[in-house]
Design a protein around this ligand. Structure first.
Ligand code: COD
Ligand code: ZN
Length: 375
């Protein structure tokens, strides 16, 4: 029996309060309105950004259904939707691409004016909500809310992918892979033969390494305080890895000594103020490019001596690897299916959706790169 046009009751992981486990609840998911799409989720990854919400570093409206790295199948569409149809395999996009705003029309930018990340209301674009639980409205997150068996997204926040794509893998294109790979290839524009340093070897940092290698970097230095991350980083293309805690001096000095004055490209993929300054300082003073990939806590500021830039460094940042998602996500999926991107290596754990709290524990204790939850 078709569920189109009807409210669907299903399971979702609801975050009622900060610093509390997720509760698996029965939620009601309203049908999509005009220019909206309801998706049956098949798989979703767990990203550190979701955990930043749980611990209060990213402020959103509660209660909320988190998750922004998923893949699924379109269940039904609202009036006027042309981009996808029921049955299509899709990836929800935490960075929308409306295609019409000044940012979408800019050849380099991706931070669509409809994004609203800096003021996350936790609603659909029309300001209303499609989720409820026990009579209470539950907020959306990052235009995606993939920690639910069914979710509703705006048409500008979803893209169709290859019908043969393995959803339990390519879900990672929704965040980790795009963010890291795009930061190397699109934002930094890593050049063949160059030297790169990557601070933070989680799912996103390892995806930066994949991008640096694809762009032809000759030397890729991984930096992490967890040595257990080094083997995977080297498998993916890091030529060496260092632990800042092994040195008496700041790690930027170590990196400058290792590279004869500083790296060509550095990436901060941890989301901390102190490591952001280290990443900036370790790139060459005359031509180094530093990319801020991780989002630092919204309340924290950084004091920087402007002379770090005066000598010729470039300091850049971008959301989701600077990629225009509707264009890039299907291309990345195709590259994965053609075995050009070793995405499988990022997936260290797979769990049934109901074990979401176990998945977050694996991330918090540094044991997992990516856990994929299957519905
Ligand atoms: N020095 C070196 N390494 C460190 C330090 C430190 N002081 N502290 C932590 N680390 C290491 C950890 O051991 C870990 O290996 C790594 O840093 C972080 O990895 P994860 O697995 O915790 O995190 P990721 O890879 O899932 O995500 C990290 C981000 C910083 C990218 C993420 O939290 C973030 O800020 N995302 C926003 C960026 C974006 O564009 N997102 C798009 C939508 S979310
Ligand atoms: Zn993410």
């Amino acid at each position: 029996m078709s569920t189109a046009g009807k409210v669907i009751k299903c399971k979702a992981a609801v975050l009622w309060d900060l610093k509390k486990p997720f509760s698996i609840e029965e939620v009601e998911v309203a049908p999509p309105k005009a220019y909206e799409v309801r998706i049956k989720m098949v798989a979703t990854g767990i990203c550190r950004s979701d955990d930043h919400v749980v611990n209060g570093d990213f402020i959103v409206n509660l209660p909320v259904i988190l998750g922004h790295e998923g893949a699924g199948i379109v269940e039904s569409i609202g009036d006027g939707v042309t981009a996808v149809k029921p049955g299509d395999k899709v990836i929800p996009l935490c960075v929308p691409q409306c295609g019409e705003c000044i940012v979408c029309k800019h050849p380099e930018a991706n931070n669509c004016v409809k994004l609203g990340l800096t003021n996350p209301k936790g609603t659909m674009q029309d300001g209303t909500i499609r989720f409820s639980c026990k009579g209470k409205p539950i907020h959306h997150f990052a235009h995606t809310s993939t920690f639910s068996e069914y979710t509703v997204v705006d048409e500008i926040s979803v893209v169709k992918i290859d019908a043969a794509a393995p959803l339990e893998k390519v879900c990672l294109v929704g965040c980790a892979l795009s963010t890291g790979y795009g930061s190397a290839v699109k934002v930094a524009k890593v050049t063949p033969g160059s030297t790169c340093s990557v601070f933070g070897l989680g799912g996103v940092g390892l995806s930066v390494i994949i991008g640096c290698k694809a762009a032809g970097a000759a030397r890729i230095i991984g930096v992490d305080i967890n040595k257990d991350k080094f083997a995977k980083a080297e498998e993916l293309g890091a030529t060496e890895c260092i632990n800042p805690q092994d040195f008496q001096k700041p790690v930027h000095e170590v990196l400058k000594e290792m590279t004869g004055g500083g790296v060509d490209f550095s990436f901060e993929v941890i989301g901390q103020i102190d490591t952001l300054l280290e990443a900036l300082s370790c790139c060459h003073e005359a031509f180094g490019v530093c990319v801020m990939v991780g989002a630092t806590p919204s309340s924290e500021n950084l004091s920087v001596n402007p002379r770090l830039l005066f000598t010729g460094r470039t300091w850049k940042g971008a959301i989701l690897g600077g990629l225009k998602c509707k264009d890039s996500v299907p291309e990345l999926v195709a590259d994965i299916m053609a075995n050009k991107i070793p995405l499988d290596l990022l997936i260290t754990h797979a769990l049934p959706f109901e074990k979401i709290n176990e998945g977050f524990d694996l991330l918090r204790c540094g044991k997992s790169i990516r856990t994929v939850l299957k519905f």
